[in-house]
Design a protein around this ligand. Structure first.
Ligand SMILES: Nc1ncnc2c1ncn2[C@@H]1O[C@H](COP(=O)(O)OP(=O)(O)OP(=O)(O)O)[C@@H](O)[C@H]1O
Ligand SMILES: [Mg+2]
Length: 247
């Protein structure tokens, strides 16, 4: 397995917001992390990329202990929920800088920067300041920067935020290709109809616990629904049921 989260606990001082969460993402898999607002998805993602230290539990990425063995970072592309980009750089300068920061040689950094700019359709903005970009264009640039070193593992927190259908398609193809090449993708999102077609497996969080996990059909079954039902129906049934149990 490429990502392993085992018995993860995290508390910011007002009671645990992630409570004993376990799941794995295997090589070749796109894994959806679903759940209502405040369920703990972003907190979990930040633990997986080493931004937050778990209170308890173990996280392994490509066999390395997170966050202590930081060599996992070389393999990782991370798109945060609210990417903050340097306003005073142009798109081209920013992508080149990110390539260099990720350890690419100058020539390679330029080639890859041009490649990801073209992939995400921002090459026309190459010389524009990030300050002057629209919301979705910023998200495209942030996504392009996250994949500049062709990472084997993608961790994406609401990647479709602000993206138009065309850019969403680019993002989905990239996720499927990463998985197909033997990598792994962990993607948090609220777009359940995308998840149905994109993800091999998903984990639904509610109040910091996994309330369902598996393939889409397994999740439908867990919700007491048949194959013809939607993930949205399953999500609502499962989350309502879990709230009933926990009060
Ligand atoms: N730095 C922090 N300090 C205090 N509480 C925090 C912090 N970060 C998150 N929380 C709390 O942890 C809980 C889980 O938040 P998190 O951002 O992980 O949810 P989420 O599932 O990503 O929600 P959303 O769908 O809205 O993005 C929330 O109650 C939130 O208020
Ligand atoms: Mg979030």
């Amino acid at each position: 397995m490429i990502i392993e989260v085992r018995d993860l606990w995290k508390d910011f001082g007002e009671g645990p917001v992630v409570r004993g969460l376990s799941f794995t993402v295997e090589a070749g898999e796109v894994h959806g992390l679903l759940g209502p607002n405040g369920a703990g998805k972003t907190t979990t993602v930040k633990c997986v990329v080493g931004l937050l230290r778990p209170d308890r539990g173990a996280i392994r990425v490509a066999g390395r202990e997170v966050p202590d063995d930081w060599t996992y970072k070389e393999l990782l592309g991370y798109l945060p929920e609210n990417p903050s980009l340097p306003e005073y750089l142009t798109v081209g300068e920013f992508l080149l800088l990110m390539g260099r920061l990720k350890g690419l040689e100058p020539r390679e950094a330029r080639d890859r920067a041009e490649e990801v700019a073209a992939l995400f359709g921002v090459e026309a903005h190459w010389e524009r300041l990030i300050h002057d970009l629209s919301k979705g264009t910023r998200q495209r640039v942030a996504f392009a920067a996250a994949v500049i070193n062709s990472p084997k593992i993608l961790v994406l927190d609401e990647p479709f935020n602000g993206l138009d259908p065309e850019a969403q398609r680019v993002a989905k193809v990239l996720m499927r290709e990463t998985a197909k090449a033997g990598g792994a993708v962990l993607v948090s999102t609220h777009l359940l109809d995308s998840v149905e077609r994109l993800c091999d497996r998903a984990t639904i969080l509610s109040s910091g616990r996994a309330v369902a996990s598996g393939t889409i059909s397994e999740i439908l079954r867990r919700a007491g629904l048949d194959e013809g039902s939607t993930l949205e129906e399953a999500f609502i049934n499962i989350v309502r049921g879990s709230r009933g149990r926990t009060g």
